[in-house]
Design a binder for this molecule. Structure first.
Ligand SMILES: Cc1ncc(COP(=O)(O)O)c(C=O)c1O
Length: 386
């Protein structure tokens, strides 16, 4: 038998893979599963982006290694998009770094700055790679509880002085997965201030900035004065353009932080397929009308799901952004047990909150990535077992 490294042994199994396995077994048994588990948009990538990929892929020049730090035309398109969207000016030469999806960059970033035993300050519950990337880099995650009583924001005052000294990174993610909480400039200012006081690098994950409702428009950490001195922000085409499978994202912000991440990457990958880079330019620079209808669609689903769950007496906050609903487990049982009851008795997949961290216990997450009719069907099934 091969012995796994201690680092790998200390990583929990990747939550979504486990859920996927249970789902596949259920489907193989011929059951009609409603999947409200993983957050993967059900709508297609807009046609003009696919067209661009198709044409770009005909050119043999795109078939070669895409070495370097992303094509200048893509770095320029990202900088322009940031400027249009947030009013933040970025130098495409050294303040933008394309990634093979933002997960890749998020998970690799700790390798650039953590030494053995250094801490990352990680929200809990959270998107799993903040912890996983820290552990794989030899670091230790220090968990900052996200409690409903504090609007799912971390409370910096509760972080002990010795941990602050040994910490190098702090992760934040608003709009937040899994709680769907949002945060504005005031919170971002407090993060920057805290980071400067404690010599921390802020890692902001903005993957859900374009999935927002009721006229709400999420902001970038980089809008805050001085943020660029200490921060790197990760973003992605995945959720904006329904491109999760394409693997295209980026990091932007402080040039030194980006250069360090680029150095890590140069030892690990060989860039994004050039045809995808051209398609990403078409996405960022092309028509953006689909965004309104996309948000409208999620908003309608959100309203149906929220009303349905509330009619069962289940507790939740209606999300202003992201396509997730963070719901309190309505029975006296753990979230994993509850999720398995939903799968066994109602053929519904939901994600147990504890899978995002121990402070996620007591909740489960449902994604708005299935049609309204299926959500109504899910509510009907839940009524029968509630
Ligand atoms: C909070 C958050 N960040 C980043 C990502 C990764 O996005 P991608 O790697 O597709 O760019 C996800 C994906 O679900 C996410 O939920």
């Amino acid at each position: 038998m091969f012995k796994l490294s201690k680092k790998l042994q200390s990583l929990p199994p990747y939550l979504f893979l486990e859920i996927d396995k249970a789902k596949r077994i259920a489907r193989a048994q011929g059951r009609d599963i409603i999947d409200l588990g993983i957050g993967d948009p059900d709508q297609p990538t807009p046609a003009h982006i696919i067209e661009k990929l198709y044409h770009a892929a005909q050119d043999p020049a795109t078939h070669k290694y895409a070495l370097g730090q992303g094509m200048p035309v893509l770095r320029g398109a990202i900088a322009d998009w940031y400027h249009r969207r947030f009013g933040v000016g970025l130098n495409p030469e050294n303040e933008v770094l394309p990634l093979i999806g933002s997960k890749e960059g998020i998970a690799h970033f700790p390798l650039a700055f953590l030494n053995q035993g250094d801490y990352s300050l990680v929200p809990d519950p959270c998107y799993p790679p903040y912890k996983g990337g820290t552990i794989l880099a030899g670091g230790k995650p220090y968990l900052m509880p996200l409690r409903e009583s504090n609007a799912f924001l971390p409370d910096f005052k509760k972080i002990p002085a010795d941990i602050r000294k040994k910490a190098k990174l702090i992760f934040i993610n608003y709009p937040n997965n899994p709680t769907s909480a949002v945060a504005g400039v005031d919170f971002f200012k407090s993060v920057v201030e805290f980071a400067k006081k404690n010599n921390l690098i802020v890692v902001s994950d903005l993957a859900y900035s374009e999935t927002a409702y009721d006229g709400y428009s999420p902001q970038s950490l980089l809008e805050v004065d001085g943020a660029r001195e200490v921060s790197i922000e990760f973003h992605s085409l995945s959720k904006i353009y329904n491109m999760t499978g394409w693997r295209a994202g980026w990091a932007c912000g402080n040039a030194q932080l980006l250069a360090a991440l680029a150095k890590v990457k140069s030892n690990i990958d060989s860039g994004i397929f050039s045809a995808i880079q051209f398609a990403a330019v078409a996405a960022l620079e092309g028509p953006q009308q689909h965004l309104d209808s996309m948000c409208q669609l999620y908003q309608e689903r959100r309203d149906v799901l929220a009303a349905g769950l509330r009619s069962l007496g289940w507790e939740l906050t209606v999300p202003k952004a992201t396509f997730y609903m963070w719901v309190k487990v309505p029975k006296k049982m753990g979230s994993i047990k509850f999720a398995s009851v939903l799968l066994e008795k109602a053929n519904i997949v939901a994600t147990p909150g504890v899978g995002f961290g121990s402070y996620g216990e007591g909740y489960f997450r449902m994604a708005l990535t299935v049609p309204k009719e299926r959500i109504k069907e899910a509510i009907g099934r839940l009524k029968k077992i509630a």
